[in-house]
Design a protein around this ligand. Structure first.
Ligand SMILES: Cc1ncc(C[n+]2csc(CCOP(=O)(O)OP(=O)(O)O)c2C)c(N)n1
Ligand code: SF4
Ligand SMILES: [Mg+2]
Length: 295
């Protein structure tokens, strides 16, 4: 008989973070703990795979299984964990540098592969850990150590990339709005398939341009009084374009595709419906016999 225990966010407590006071990543950590507790998913059924950066430290700060990988390689690892053991709730987490620069190629393809994981990008529009270089989402004109005359390049639009690449759940949250963030995280984790959440997570130390105040002035919540069909990909793209054309940032659940079979289930079918965790990997007797000739 299994006993259901009511979970609390503190059940996921681990080390106290070394992030700067005020860093947006604290809200992501708290939001994740709350979302998991409220969904009743216990720590031993969760794996947090993280990249390199301040954001990447999150796997150390949550009591669950954790894998702090190499820069830009969050998604291959997280997808592999889910393929190997579909009973786990897999959270992939990292920064905008990790996910959109060095890991950009993995991001492109994870969207179309639709493995049932949740990917949270703590987007501070800067490389935080390495002291404030420009990232793919830094805005033109932003002066940083690597762009002393201001960023020249056109900024990447992760929401549009995810939508164009076939993502089945696309959302944007803001670390300055914890209740909204928890609500979105819960929906993302519940969604069957690849759930992409780009979180605005201000870096209070190295990005003095995109501050909490700046974001509050620029954010537009698309899920309050929604005026388009959230299940229609083209309408979602139009909405993102329309909000951005007014100089605003669309925040909320942008797009959800329901009923599409997750990629890991498709792959599992090809393997006879058996996940590696359940496969018989014991060495067969006849193979041991065969090996004897080499003794
Ligand atoms: C292969 C490799 N290249 C470069 C680095 C140096 N490096 C560490 S973190 C980082 C960028 C961090 O930025 P981001 O992913 O946005 O995370 P943040 O610190 O802002 O949360 C870089 C370039 C590295 N660790 N490994
Ligand atoms: S440097 Fe920036 S991103 Fe890193 S912990 Fe401090 S505030 Fe957060
Ligand atoms: Mg960053």
């Amino acid at each position: 008989m299994s006993v259901k225990v009511k979970l609390k966010p503190t059940d996921f407590d681990s080390h106290f973070p070394t992030w700067c006071p005020g860093c947006g990543d604290y809200a992501v950590l708290m939001g994740l703990k709350r979302a998991l507790a409220e969904l009743g998913i216990p720590p031993h059924e969760v794996v947090v795979v993280s990249g390199i950066g301040c954001s990447g430290k999150i796997s150390d700060y949550i009591k669950a299984y954790g894998y702090h990988g190499i820069h830009g390689r969050v998604l291959p690892t997280a997808q592999a964990v889910k393929l190997a053991n579909p009973r786990l709730t897999v959270i992939a987490a990292g920064g905008d540098g990790d996910g959109y620069a060095i890991g950009g190629n993995h991001f492109l393809h994870a969207n179309r592969r639709n493995i049932d994981i949740t990917y949270i990008v703590m987007n501070n529009q800067i490389y935080g850990l390495t002291k404030g270089q420009a990232s793919p989402t830094s805005l033109p004109g932003h002066k940083t150590g690597t762009s002393p005359y201001g960023v020249v390049d056109y900024p990447m639009n992760p929401l549009m990339v995810a939508l164009a690449q076939g993502a089945t759940f696309v959302a944007k949250t803001f670390s300055g709005n914890a209740p909204h963030l928890v609500r979105v995280f819960k929906e993302a984790i519940k969604h069957r398939g690849f759930s992409f959440v780009d979180d605005i997570s201000p870096c209070v130390t190295w990005n003095r341009f995109n501050t909490y105040e700046w974001y509050r002035e620029h954010i537009e919540y698309v899920d309050e009084n929604r005026d388009y069909n959230v299940h229609d990909r083209l309408e979602a793209m139009d909405k993102v374009k329309e909000v951005m054309s007014r100089g605003k940032i669309p925040v909320g659940i942008i797009y959800v595709e329901e009923g599409t079979e997750p990629g890991d289930e498709k792959y599992r079918k090809l393997a006879g419906g058996i996940a590696p965790i359940d496969a018989d990997i014991s060495v067969k007797e006849e193979y041991l016999e065969y090996l004897k000739q080499f003794e």
